[in-house]
Design a protein around this ligand. Structure first.
Ligand code: ZN
Length: 351
């Protein structure tokens, strides 16, 4: 089969690799849509722990084979890929905290992913979707679940106000979930005007650009005490610092963006956290019990009823063979994009 293989830092090769065989309790997914996550780009630019590796964990397709012990009636069903592979046995898993599993694997970073024509995965990692759901929409359920999980961690309830820092893929999913779940005020903050335009189109009531606006002052002007919930999806130290300033006393802050490891925070961050008695949560992945979690079933339901607009998230559709050139262009910051969705069979022969 054809796959885009990360062979070293900054080295992505589109080439032939052996088609995987589904192992015990696994199925084989014929990948029909596979979208690019920021973490894939990070692994391409900064390097990864092992090579060669097939990246890609936002994907959907058709189950074409069942391994020993897997339900053969799954063959022919359409499925979205659930990337976390927990052991379902350790204390964290038994408590439903799957992302803290002591011995997890992850499709597309620790084992072969979906920038390929086929991917083998545990049957429990095939999230069955209706046949008439577009594959690209099914592939984007995964990033939507991360945003849904962030709102859980912030104990969001209908009628609350919220600010989203970073209107990239996760940020735009957050804006959509806030609209769906009945936020009274949705503010989006980003330095890129095109991202703010998208946020406005998807439900943000107010958009702020920190290169132009005093974000904390604007939020206080509109809310008085601050928002109920501040969500960091920018991975920006400046945005992180502002989360504390814009949350109301006893409000919540959820951190979902990967921050640069060499940045640091002033201790005034902690002092403000204490003085305002804020609740601060980190977010890692998107799972809850029962596996894989209501984040996934909610995501599917919201796509099917039209609440989650996945098409608006996509800026580019390309054959998988274009992946090396696209990753190189992104790595050199000469490719503005939102979601990029690869079709592994466009312009390529079947395996
Ligand atoms: Zn576990």
């Amino acid at each position: 089969m054809k796959a885009a293989v990360l062979e070293g830092r900054g080295a992505l090769a589109y080439r032939d690799v052996p088609t995987p065989e589904p192992g015990p309790a696994e199925v084989l997914l014929r990948v029909r849509a596979s979208s690019v996550c920021g973490s894939d780009i990070h692994r391409f630019v900064r390097g990864h722990r092992t090579y060669p590796i097939i990246l890609g964990h936002e994907a959907a397709g058709v189950i074409t084979a069942a391994g020993p012990g897997a339900d053969p009636s799954l063959v022919g069903r359409h499925a979205a890929l659930v990337p976390l592979v927990p052991d379902h046995a350790c204390l964290e898993c038994l408590a439903g905290r799957f992302s803290a599993c002591r011995s997890y694997s992850f499709i597309g970073s620790r084992r072969a992913g979906a920038f390929a024509q086929y991917v083998a995965l545990p049957a429990a990692n095939a999230f069955i979707v209706p046949d008439d759901l577009p594959f690209e929409a099914a592939a984007l359920i995964e990033p939507s679940t991360v945003a849904r999980h962030m709102l859980d961690l912030g104990s969001f309830t209908a009628g609350q106000s919220a600010i989203v820092f970073g209107a990239g893929s996760i940020g735009l999913m957050l804006v959509q979930w806030l609209r769906i779940l009945g936020a009274s005020l949705i503010v989006a903050s980003d330095v890129v005007e095109a991202n703010l335009d998208a946020a406005r189109a998807l439900g943000a009531h107010v958009t702020l650009n920190p290169t132009r606006d005093d974000v904390p002052a604007e939020v206080r002007r509109r809310t008085g005490a601050g928002v109920d919930l501040a969500l960091e999806a920018a991975g920006s130290p400046a945005a992180l610092a502002q989360t504390i300033e814009v949350a109301r006393p006893r409000g919540s802050v959820v951190l979902g963006g990967n921050q640069p490891a060499d940045a640091s925070l002033p201790m005034s961050f902690v002092e403000n956290l204490m003085r305002r008695e804020l609740r601060l949560s980190g977010c890692f992945m998107s799972y809850s019990a029962p596996w894989p979690g209501h984040e996934w079933t909610d995501g599917l339901a919201a796509v099917l009823d039209g609440g989650l607009d996945m098409a608006a998230m996509i800026s580019h559709r390309a054959p998988l063979g274009d992946a090396p050139a696209i990753f190189e262009a992104i790595g050199e910051h000469r490719f503005a994009h939102r979601k990029i969705v690869f079709d592994p069979f466009a312009g390529a022969a079947d395996a």
